[in-house]
Design a protein around this ligand. Structure first.
Ligand code: NAD
Length: 267
């Protein structure tokens, strides 16, 4: 593969699995990993987008609901038949269900659904990832959020789920060290990133707060010290670094990609 300033071949020869890879941040990770020489498996529940992205990039696509153990087993068997897995990015997740979900008005059903997708997906991913990589080593990157590090009262179940992802990442990192597995595990914490998830949040909240989506966008923007939303590529660069051998000495870390939000709003 020809190296350029943008394409330094940082993951040449590696096989990577990106969950929720069909859109947004996951799509950016898929495109970057492919451009940097990895052999990429995209998994998602959105088959149309996943298959299109696979055609665009030369990656392979598998249908995969991260909350289903049987889907994990099937995906890992497919990858295992092709060769060893080196990189797992547990990116699939949701940001909200019905809009605002504060501690007083969230239903038990909403709470459970948030933890099912954001929590169980990462739990199953780490378990299957360890099994697939323990013989030869590898890197797991879990997608958390700035909401794990700063309170967002209107997205309380989301914050709980992503704080769980961050802490679970440290448990996995520590367990792998104790077990003698050469598997690094780190979390990435995006701030407000321009994707379908963010657009969906503004349009869902709009009728609830009686403000147009554009006004909400401005209100959120005013909380970012850098005064701009992050891009999916901003996050993908961080994931690429943690996945590559350049990060060989990092495990159990939290990489925050938030335009300075934590500096001004963090605890
Ligand atoms: P997105 O909605 O564009 O992409 C999420 C992808 O995950 C979609 O392709 C969706 O089909 C897939 N998905 C959802 N449930 C799934 C399931 N059960 N199994 C498999 N795939 C599933 O959102 P995004 O903004 O790219 O978010 C990606 C990750 O980044 C999420 O974990 C999200 O919580 C996190 N995050 C996003 C932001 C942001 O501002 N966009 C901020 C912090 C963290």
């Amino acid at each position: 593969m020809k190296k350029t300033p943008e394409n330094t071949g940082r993951v040449v020869g590696k096989t990577a699995l990106i969950t929720g890879g069909a859109s947004g941040i996951g799509e950016a990770i898929v495109r970057m990993m492919c451009a940097q020489g990895a052999s990429v498996f995209i998994t998602d529940i959105d088959d149309a987008r996943g298959e299109q992205l696979a055609r665009d990039t030369g990656a392979r696509y598998c249908h995969h609901d991260v909350t289903k153990e049987s889907d994990w087993a099937q995906v890992m068997a497919t990858i295992g038949a092709a060769g060893p897995l080196h990189i797992l990015v547990n990116n699939a997740g949701i940001g909200f269900l019905n809009g605002f979900a504060d501690p007083e008005h969230t239903s038990l059903a909403e709470w459970r659904e948030m933890l099912r997708i954001n929590g169980e997906g990462v739990f199953l991913g780490c378990r299957h990832g360890i099994e697939a990589m323990k013989a030869h080593g590898g890197a797991i990157v879990n997608m958390s959020s700035i909401a794990a590090l700063t309170p967002v009262p209107q997205l309380a179940p989301y914050g709980f789920s992503k704080a769980g992802v961050a802490q679970y990442t440290r448990s996995v990192a520590s367990y792998c060290l104790q077990s003698g597995y050469r598997i690094r595990c780190n979390s990435v914490h995006p701030g407000l990133v321009q994707t379908r998830l963010l657009d969906g949040l503004f349009s869902t909240l709009s009728p609830q707060v009686g403000a147009p989506p554009e006004a909400l966008r401005e209100a959120f923007l005013s909380r970012i010290p850098m005064r701009e939303f992050g891009t999916a590529d901003d996050v993908a660069h961080a994931v690429l670094y943690l996945s590559s051998d350049e990060a060989r000495y990092l495990t159990g870390t939290r990489l925050v990609v938030d335009g300075g939000i934590e500096l001004t709003h963090g605890s």
